[in-house]
Ligand binder design. Structure first.
Ligand SMILES: Cc1cc2nc3c(=O)[nH]c(=O)nc-3n(C[C@H](O)[C@H](O)[C@H](O)COP(=O)(O)OP(=O)(O)OC[C@H]3O[C@@H](n4cnc5c(N)ncnc54)[C@H](O)[C@@H]3O)c2cc1C
Length: 487
C-alpha cells in the first residue's frame, strides 16, 4: 500500500509545477515542503522567459502571471539587451515578476487541483525497493510512494541520499544580495555585474534590491547590514544611508549538474538537478520546464500506459538543456569580469550581438524557445515546440495551446479531415482536424515547410510530423504514449 503514487520533496516552483502536471493526469501526488507557508525569504528570481510563459499558456494559466507582472520586449545576456519583439511567439517578451508571486500563483493553481501539501515538514531520507519508495519525514513520520521526485533545491537531500554526483565548477565569485531602504542610490548595472534597482519595477522608488560582488568566496557567517554597508562604500564610495533590510543573502557562480536525473524510482528536477549563477535569469525557468517534461511521462508510467523506460527520456532530453544553461551562465560570468581583457571580450560580444543573426540565436537560447529534443532526423519541427497557431476547426477558431490545457497528447491533422485512424490509442490521444493557412515559423530558424499532420506531446513538443503517407505514426504513438490497446 502506498500513501500517494508520487511524493515530491520541495514545493518551490519546480515541485509545484510537477505536482500540477501529475494532478492534471489524475495521479495521486503530494508535496512535502519544509516551509510552513509559501512565503519566500527574499525575492530570488525576477521573471519568466517566453518559453515558460508558453508552457503556462499550454495549461491555460498564463494570464494569471501576465496580469501580475510587467512585460519587457528583451532578454539580457551579460548586460547586452537583446530585443525579442520580432520572435514568432505570442509571448515575445520577458515577464518581470518576482519569484514570490510566481510561487503564490502556482500554489493557487495546485490548490485548485487539490494536491495535498505537507507543510512545515522535511524529507530526511528514503529507501527504495522494487515496488516503491519509503520516504522518511521529520518528526519521525513517513510516507510510501511509487516514485519520489526531488525538487528540494540546490542542496537537495534527495540527490545526496540517492548518491548522485553533482558535477561541475566550484565558485569563483560571491555576490551579496539584499532588499533595503536607501537615500537616492545610484541605479543601474555595474561593470563587474550586479547593481541597484527598485523592487517595484513599475513604479520605482524604495525599497531597493542590491547585488554586489564580494572580495571573498568563503564565508563562515550570514551577511549583515554592516557587511553590506562596507561593500557599498567600497563599490560606490557611499552606502546611500542603507537601512531596514527585508533580507540579506548571498549567491555564487558555482555551476554544478546532477550526473543523472534518475536513480530507479527517484527523479530530480529544478535546482536539485542543476545550479548556476542567476545571469540571464534561467534557473526557475529551467526548473519549471523540467517539470513539464517529467510530469506527463511520470503520469503515464504511474497510470501504467507506458513502460518505466519512458522515464529515461527525461534525463536524455533535459540534461543537455541544463548543461547548456550552465555553459551560457559561465560565459556570462566570464564576460562580466572587470579586468581589461574580459572587458575587451565583452565589447566584442556586444558588437556581435548587435547583428541580427547572433542576437536571434542567443536570445532564442535564453528565452528557451530554441529547445530541440533529439528525436532523430526529419522535419525541423520534430523535437521542437509546437507554435501556438490560430487554427480553424469545424467548431470555429481555436488556438493550438488550448488543445493542450488538459496535458493530453494531440494528433493534429491539417489535410483532409478523417484521414488517420489511431483507434488503438484513442483512449489516450485526441485527434483534431483543423486548417491553418499562415506561415510556419520557428524562433531563430525562420520559416519551415507546412506539415500535413503533427503529433504533439502534452509538454507541447512535436513527437512526429506527418506527410501524405503517415509513415512512422504507430511507432511514434507507441514510443511516446504506450503500446496500442488490444482490439
Ligand atoms: C539571487 C537570485 C536571483 C535569481 N534570479 C533568477 C531569475 O531571474 N530567473 C530565474 O529563472 N531564476 C533565478 N534564480 C534561480 C531560482 O531562484 C531557482 O532556480 C528556483 O528557485 C529553483 O526552483 P526549485 O523549485 O527547483 O528550487 P527551490 O526554489 O530552491 O525550492 C526548493 C524547495 O524545497 C524545499 N526543501 C528543501 N529541502 C527540503 C526537504 N529536505 N524537505 C522538504 N522540503 C525541502 C525548500 O523549502 C524550497 O521550498 C535566482 C536565484 C537567486 C539566488
Amino acid at each position: 500500500m502506498t500513501d500517494h503514487a508520487v511524493v515530491i520533496a520541495g514545493g518551490g516552483p519546480t515541485g509545484l509545477m510537477v505536482a500540477g502536471e501529475l494532478a492534471l493526469a489524475g495521479v495521486d501526488v503530494a508535496i512535502v515542503e519544509r516551509r510552513a507557508s509559501q512565503d519566500l525569504d527574499g525575492s530570488r528570481a525576477g521573471g519568466l522567459h517566453a518559453r515558460t510563459i508558453e508552457v503556462l499558456d499550454q495549461r491555460g494559466i498564463a494570464e494569471r502571471f501576465l496580469s501580475a507582472g510587467q512585460v519587457h520586449p528583451a532578454v539580457g545576456f551579460s548586460g547586452n539587451v537583446l530585443d525579442i519583439s520580432d520572435f514568432p511567439t505570442r509571448h515575445n517578451y520577458v515577464l518581470a515578476l518576482w519569484q514570490s508571486h510566481v510561487e503564490r500563483i502556482l500554489a493557487g493553481w495546485v490548490g485548485e487541483l487539490a494536491v495535498p501539501i505537507y507543510r512545515g515538514r522535511e524529507v530526511t531520507g528514503f529507501a527504495q525497493d522494487d515496488t516503491g519508495v519509503g520516504v522518511a519525514l521529520s518528526a519521525g513520520q513517513s510516507l510510501r510512494a511509487e516514485y519520489l521526485v526531488g525538487c528540494d533545491g540546490g542542496r537537495s537531500l534527495v540527490r545526496k541520499a540517492a548518491g548522485i554526483d553533482f558535477v561541475g565548477l566550484d565558485p569563483s565569485t560571491s555576490w551579496m544580495i539584499a532588499e533595503v531602504e536607501m537615500d537616492e542610490p545610484e541605479l543601474g548595472m555595474r561593470r563587474e555585474g550586479g547593481g541597484i534597482g527598485p523592487v517595484n519595477r513599475a513604479e520605482g522608488g524604495g525599497p531597493f534590491r542590491v547585488a554586489l560582488t564580494e572580495g571573498h568566496i568563503e564565508h563562515t557567517s550570514e551577511p549583515t547590514l554592516g557587511d553590506l554597508s562596507e561593500a557599498l562604500i567600497s563599490a560606490y564610495g557611499t552606502d546611500f544611508g542603507v537601512r531596514s533590510p527585508t533580507w540579506i543573502s548571498r549567491f555564487t557562480d558555482m555551476s554544478r549538474q546532477a550526473a543523472s536525473y534518475r536513480h530507479g524510482r527517484v527523479l530530480l528536477a529544478g535546482d536539485a538537478a542543476h545550479v548556476h549563477p542567476p545571469h540571464g535569469g534561467q534557473g526557475l525557468n529551467t526548473g519549471v520546464q523540467d517539470a513539464v517534461n517529467l510530469g506527463w511521462k511520470l503520469a503515464q508510467v504511474v497510470n501504467k500506459t507506458s513502460p518505466e523506460s519512458l522515464l529515461d527520456t527525461y534525463h536524455a532530453e533535459r540534461h543537455p538543456v541544463g548543461a547548456r544553461v550552465l555553459h551560457n551562465t559561465m560565459a556570462q560570468v566570464a564576460l562580466s569580469s572587470p579586468d581589461d581583457r574580459h572587458q575587451a571580450l565583452r565589447d566584442t560580444m556586444t558588437e556581435l550581438l548587435s547583428m541580427d543573426e547572433p542576437r536571434r540565436r542567443i536570445a532564442a537560447m535564453l528565452s528557451g524557445l530554441d529547445i530541440h529534443y533529439d528525436l532523430g532526423e526529419g522535419h525541423p519541427l520534430l523535437g521542437r515546440r509546437m507554435p501556438d497557431l490560430d487554427l480553424v476547426t469545424a467548431n470555429g477558431p481555436l488556438r493550438v495551446f488550448t488543445l493542450l490545457h488538459d496535458a493530453r497528447p494531440v494528433l493534429l491533422t491539417l489535410g483532409a479531415p478523417g484521414g488517420v485512424d489511431i483507434t488503438p490509442w484513442a483512449d489516450r490521444v485526441q485527434v483534431v482536424d483543423a486548417q491553418y493557412v499562415g506561415l510556419w515559423e520557428l524562433p531563430a530558424r525562420g520559416a519551415v515547410p507546412a506539415p500535413m499532420a503533427v503529433l504533439m506531446r502534452p509538454d507541447g513538443y512535436v513527437a512526429w510530423v506527418g506527410d501524405l503517407t503517415h509513415l512512422g505514426l504507430p511507432d511514434a504513438l507507441t514510443t511516446w504514449f504506450g503500446p496500442p490497446a488490444a482490439a
